[in-house]
Design a protein around this ligand. Structure first.
Ligand SMILES: [Zn+2]
Length: 112
């Protein structure tokens, strides 16, 4: 079990078993994405981990790639971005409307 606590720069942190998982609102997907810090043990070699270079404003590396397919959808959704200095840099291979744009990080909606 863990708990959320508020974090500067419009994100939240889910703290669980000594690990701090960054939870951020993606304005492209209109969904949450999670950033697992490099200090967190991997269960499988393929588990993604990020270097968190700065927390406020947030800078992480490498890029964040999220792919998913909702039930029945023919095409996979893809969200590929860099987060630098508190801004999302969405790459052109995103399937959402913010592809190719750079936008400030947004707050997690109150009702989420
Ligand atoms: Zn996204």
């Amino acid at each position: 079990m863990g708990a959320f606590y508020d974090h500067p720069d419009n994100s939240k942190i889910w703290q669980s078993e000594g690990n701090e998982i960054l939870t951020i609102w993606c304005p492209g997907c209109k969904d949450l994405h999670q950033v697992f810090p490099s200090s967190m043990p991997k269960q499988r070699a393929s588990d993604p981990r990020w270097q968190i270079h700065s927390i406020n404003p947030l800078t992480i590396s490498p890029s964040l790639l999220v792919t998913c397919r909702y039930g029945g959808e023919a095409q996979e959704r893809r969200c590929h971005s860099f987060i630098k200095n508190g801004k999302w840099q969405f790459l052109s291979d995103c399937t959402h409307e913010l592809a190719g744009q750079t936008v400030p990080m947004a707050k997690i909606p109150e009702d989420w």
